[in-house]
Ligand binder design. Structure first.
Ligand code: IMP
Length: 424
């Protein structure tokens, strides 16, 4: 503390929620700084599985205040639904939540726009979560967006919304059925937006005061570095920034407040949606890991693509984010998988073996050089002692640490809060 930023080092779904949960045990506030309802984090609450999409996962700790920053795009209907679900399970979050008045709202029309964008892409669909994220950011930067502040004057919000509906019906020629559904969803949207005004405020002011008073904040990133629109595998990326540098801009706090950046890395790679993934493995091996790790999208239920751990990308991501340390997750999933592989470099030009590296359009040309590593058979689920891990598991973690170039301080060995090894 005072500010710890948590980011994903791969393509999202690294298990950031569990790391945030640990860090918020000693914090006063947690803030989401990017994205919207495209994120997904499954938690167990009172024996029930709950999927969080927009609420910062650190709000599961009842004493922690929750914030959603200006850089986020908020689906007010989905957000109210999430808060309602938690409330039914006995966890009140609404009164502890403050959403920036500057955050943009995700109008239901954006989902129709996204469908059209995806099917019309020449280079193939991105494979988005269909949550209207792209159009919300596009409208923001076109200076045509709807912000939470607009909902303070309901008639003004309705006017902006009407204009959007006209545009959709003129430009996309939706079917009568689609248009009827859109009108119904729009009423829900307007209603939920106006109700959200009750939780709207100046996030920057509140956070700066909290920090001035000696409070601690965890800034929770969404998605992962390789989905960042600037630094990720463009154009197969999301639209909100995913790197640590974006946290300060979104939350309105100065960079000098930041104490630590924690990079969360899964012990293997996963990706949902399209785009390059150099270490992707064959389907037979992938299936074993997918089933054991429950690797299905929290938001869309899509099976995740599975790959070997990529030390090149992880060290790139650690550098971009300025990681202080790494939390390695899901190590237990690799028990009994057999021989493991780790990418230690890329070979681009077979003649010179030049290890050039790009994350943009040429990334699909990358050929990973995979090192073989011995696996282990003993189950390590729930292990909390480093020394108790099989020697092969320790060697695997140490090799990743060497490749990433940042200390691996925590290793997660299972879904429960306590399934965690802290290394000194
Ligand atoms: P969008 O964010 O819905 O526009 O989707 C853009 C890309 O990011 C797609 O490949 C999605 O599958 C991916 N994506 C977005 N959010 C997440 C996430 O929380 N985890 C993993 N992938 C995500």
């Amino acid at each position: 503390m005072p500010v710890t930023i948590v980011v994903g080092l791969q393509w999202g779904d690294e298990g950031k929620g569990k790391v945030v949960d640990h860090l918020t045990a000693g914090a006063d506030a947690v803030a989401r700084f990017s994205g919207g309802a495209n994120a997904g984090h499954t938690v167990m609450l009172g024996g029930e599985r709950v999927a969080l999409h927009q609420l910062p996962s650190g709000m599961l700790r009842p004493a922690v205040q929750g914030f959603i920053g200006a850089g986020c795009v908020v689906d007010p209907v989905a957000l109210a639904g999430e808060a309602g679900e938690l409330s039914e399970l006995g966890l009140g979050v609404w009164e502890r939540l403050l959403v920036s008045t500057k955050a943009h709202l995700v109008h239901p029309a954006f989902r129709l726009m996204e469908e059209a964008d995806e099917s019309g892409r020449e280079s193939g669909a991105v494979g988005t979560t269909r949550r209207g994220i792209g159009p919300a950011y596009v409208r923001k930067f076109q200076r045509l967006g709807l912000r939470l502040e607009d909902a303070a004057v309901p008639s003004a919000l309705r006017r902006l919304s009407d204009r959007l509906l006209e545009e959709v019906s003129g430009r996309l020629s939706p079917s009568g059925e689609d248009m009827d559904r859109l009108h119904a969803e729009t009423e829900e949207f307007l209603d939920a937006s106006v109700r959200l005004v009750d939780r709207a405020g100046d996030v920057s002011l509140r956070l700066n005061r909290l920090l001035d008073d000696g409070g601690g904040l965890v800034a929770e990133g969404a998605q992962g570095t390789m989905l960042d629109p600037d630094h990720g595998t463009y154009p197969y990326v999301t639209c909100g920034p995913c790197v640590s540098g974006a946290a300060c801009a979104s939350l309105g706090i100065g960079p000098a407040r930041v104490d630590e950046v924690v990079g969360v890395m899964k012990s293997y790679s996963t990706r949902v949606g399209n785009g390059p993934m150099p270490t992707e493995m064959g389907e037979a091996a992938a299936e074993l890991i997918r089933e054991r790790g429950g690797e299905y999208g929290t938001t869309t239920g899509r099976p995740r693509r599975i790959g070997w751990a990529d030390g090149v990308l992880a060290s790139y991501a650690a550098r971009l984010n300025g990681c202080s340390w790494v939390a390695l997750t899901l190590l237990d999933v690799l028990s009994g998988v057999g021989g493991l592989r780790v990418c230690s470099r890329y070979r681009l030009d077979p003649e010179t073996e030049a290890a050039l590296f790009e994350t943009g359009r040429r990334m699909s040309e990358h050929e990973p050089v995979l090192e073989e590593m011995e696996g282990w058979t003993a189950g390590i689920a729930g292990e909390t002692e480093w020394e108790a891990l099989p020697a092969e598991a320790r060697a695997y973690v140490e090799r990743l640490e060497e490749l990433v170039g940042v200390p691996v301080r925590a290793v997660s060995t299972g879904p429960a809060r306590e399934d965690l090894i802290w290394r000194s």
